[in-house]
Design a protein around this ligand. Structure first.
Ligand SMILES: Cc1cc2nc3c(=O)[nH]c(=O)nc-3n(C[C@H](O)[C@H](O)[C@H](O)COP(=O)(O)OP(=O)(O)OC[C@H]3O[C@@H](n4cnc5c(N)ncnc54)[C@H](O)[C@@H]3O)c2cc1C
Length: 469
């Protein structure tokens, strides 16, 4: 007898019911919906700096903050094309994972001989992130309540068992979740936290300003060019001549030709419900505040907000032809309906709940699912990108690697393969779109086929190439 997988493309609930659950949902990310601080000044005329950081997401904020901590006399300018944290850093699920390798299996695949050192540095990075919030009094709603990984298919249960995990099944499973599609679960307590991402970004921004970083918003950088012993950062409203530059521009078009094909922009989508009552949460067995994710290749992630809404995201990972990044891609009704359908499949007792927010955002997928760093322009320009869907914690590490590289020193971080090897590039169009669609279909088939990877995924893995979010 074949068992229908818990989640698929075909809707299980009447479409009208799903559409009604989404009616009136705000298109603004929940985290950005409350307050919008005053716009910071844009560049007005030419200026000079020791270090220009391009990009005002987590990666740029951490780079600027730590540059000042390392050398308070360094003149640091942070340049953001739109608003601080408007992009991925303000739109994510707020899961902070210590892992720098997108999980242990992926770490084994690409960094087996370095994994021990990477895991030690990952734990240090996670602890330093926590410690920074305490030291500067940043209230980012940081919660370390553990992570529940759930298995919804028989093969996922076997995979967790084979990995030697302490499985929760039967009655013990019902103490952590009551969902008809969850067969088993594993609860981990270390190396995972939840945050309010926008509170985190704005807290980091406040510290940057306090430490003397000059922050410019609405100042898109059009190009960087060599100028003798420095670099010119060219914007519409003026040029910044700087000794060094750090590029923290995520999956947006890179200012370095060499990186143009090393990431692809992939869209990921999220729903947030209205606040749920204690009785509703009790009904679904989610009394504590751990974050949850399932073990499919096309996985869902879900968590509670401070006011007990459920944030529910993942599954679809959408690429738009030509590596295009457009505001209209932040909304995708077809994906929202699928996410709502999967939500009610997971928690049937919540049918009738309305979603208050629905949005999407771009992640910078690298074919190794892991960030990479490096130097360009004779060592004057550093870059970090490729965080895929796991950059909330890892961007702090990427920022530290960029600063290490710019210092010219060899450190435990720079000696790893993050800065010395690069992910396999994704070719330009017309190859990219059909290639990515074929990989997406192969990933979906793997989930529908008891987790058995077909020849395409197996073949690509031999070259260290994957597709994930
Ligand atoms: C829907 C969604 C859910 C996610 N969930 C999670 C999660 O739960 N946990 C997790 O770890 N990760 C998650 N991620 C990924 C995570 O959010 C990112 O990896 C991380 O925020 C990347 O930070 P960043 O600073 O590199 O990029 P961004 O936040 O994208 O910042 C880059 C900035 O650079 C600016 N910029 C680009 N080009 C220029 C230019 N030429 N001039 C000036 N400025 C420029 C952009 O305007 C942008 O503000 C998610 C992502 C999405 C989209």
């Amino acid at each position: 007898m074949t068992i229908e997988p818990a989640y698929g493309h075909t809707l299980r609930h009447p479409r009208a019911e799903l559409v009604a659950s989404l009616a009136g949902a705000s298109t603004v990310p929940f985290w950005l919906d409350r307050t919008s601080p005053d716009v910071l000044p844009r560049l007005a005329g030419d200026t000079r700096a020791d270090l220009v950081v391009v990009g005002g997401g987590f990666c740029g904020l951490w780079t600027a903050l730590m540059a000042k901590e390392r050398d308070p006399n360094r003149d640091v300018v942070l340049v953001e094309g739109k608003r601080i944290a408007w992009a991925a850093s303000g739109r994510n699920g707020g899961f902070v994972e210590a892992s720098l390798t997108h999980g242990e299996d992926n770490g084994q695949r690409h960094f087996a001989d370095e994994l021990e050192a990477i895991e030690a540095l990952a734990a240090d990075n996670f602890a330093a992130l926590r410690e920074t919030l305490i030291r500067y009094g940043i209230d980012a709603e940081w919660e370390e309540q553990g992570a529940l990984t759930v298995a919804t298919e028989p093969h996922q249960v076997e995979d967790l068992r084979a990995a030697g995990e302490n499985l929760l099944e039967g009655e013990s499973l019902r103490t952590v979740t009551k969902s008809p599609v969850v067969r088993a679960a594993v609860l981990h307590h270390d190396g995972m936290a939840l945050v309010h991402p926008v509170k985190l970004a704005r807290g980091l921004l406040e510290v940057c300003v306090r430490l003397g970083v000059r922050v410019l918003e609405k100042t898109p950088v059009s190009r960087i060019s060599d100028n003798g012993d420095g670099v010119s950062v060219v914007t519409r409203d003026g040029v910044i001549r700087s000794r060094q530059v750090a590029l923290a521009t995520n999956g947006f078009p890179s200012m370095l030709k060499r990186n143009a094909l090393r990431t692809v922009p992939i869209y990921d989508y999220v729903l947030v419900t209205e606040p749920l009552s204690a009785a509703q949460l009790d009904d679904i067995g989610w009394v504590d505040r751990y974050g949850i994710s399932d073990s499919s290749r096309q996985f869902h992630y879900y968590r509670k907000t401070a006011d007990d809404r459920i944030l529910w995201g993942g599954y679809d990972a959408v690429y738009h032809r030509g590596r295009k990044i457009l505001p209209e891609y932040d909304q995708r009704p077809e994906t929202f309906e699928r996410l709502a359908d999967h939500f009610f499949t997971t928690y049937p007792t919540l049918r009738g709940t309305k979603f208050s927010h629905a949005w999407g955002g771009m992640i910078d997928m690298s074919t190794k699912f892991v960030s990479f760093q490096g130097l360009a322009r004779g060592g004057k320009v550093a870059y970090s990108a490729g965080y895929t869907g796991l950059g909330v914690g890892a961007t702090r590490f990427g920022a530290a690697v960029m600063l290490d590289l710019l210092s010219g020193e060899s450190t435990p971080r720079t000696r790893l393969r993050f800065p010395t090897t690069k992910p396999f590039p994704v070719p330009p169009e017309p190859v990219a779109f059909p290639a990515i669609q074929t990989m997406r279909a192969a990933v979906a088939r793997s989930d529908a086929n008891g987790g058995k990877d077909g020849p395409l995924i197996r073949g690509m893995e031999l070259f260290g190439i994957g597709f994930d979010s």
